[in-house]
Design a protein around this ligand. Sequence first.
Ligand code: BTN
Length: 267
Amino acid sequence: MTLGFDLARFEALLCLRSCTLGRPLTIVDVTPSTNDLALEAAHRGARHGATFVADAQTRGRGRQGRTWLANPGESLLCSVLLRPRIALERAPLLPLAVGLAARSVVNGALAGQDSGLVQLKWPNDVLVRRKKICGVLVESQVRGGGLVAAVVGVGLNVRCRDFPAELAAHATSLALLDASELDREPLLVELLAAIEHYLSGLETAPAAMIEELRRHDALLGCPVDVDGTIGVGCGIDPDGRLLVTDDQGKRHSLASGHVQVLDDGAI
Ligand code: BTN
């Protein structure tokens, strides 16, 4: 029994978008983590596009071992199994591509509002007015030097209006932003279509994707601390690494890490 996910509506919308992701769709009321469902399915040989949605997670996880909390039914909690046709060297670009996809969904749901407000905090947090609305966790399976599968987990704050005290200043939701769309079915379809679009961009034209990332870079010009590397965000390189210039003028290119913004504390 799920909190009213309308499968028929989802299927109809998916057809309209001619999206190949989203099938088969598994919907559960509660699970430890939709990423676990997708990873298990990947091990069993499930197909590209298999998608898992939950009303609630008991052990939702974020990047770098953090916990991902969400009240039942208030968020879009989903994981998509991808079998990307990309060389392993390009795999680090995948989380960025999914971040762009999530950004475009948020931007679409806030249609009519200033699109410049919807930004990406490298590598893939979606921010609106410097507050986090969506997180992405990509977990990959590599075998024999190749990328066998990638599970893309997305947590989008949809109807949440109250956040735990420690998050309240840094988090927002579509409902708090008066978004035009709050239903999970169309949001999921838009997300799947956007993931498909950006995945194909990654396969065929990664430079254009990096260019788009740069246009939405929330860290550009911001003082940051990335696991002890302190400086100012100065862009994203062609391999998707974050560029940080320190006070000696030295440029660091970072492949991973937790970014803390030092000026406003909001992100
Ligand atoms: C982050 O911001 O650190 C990433 C958060 C990703 C959360 C989503 S919710 C659906 C999927 N299942 C999980 O356990 N995590 C991802």
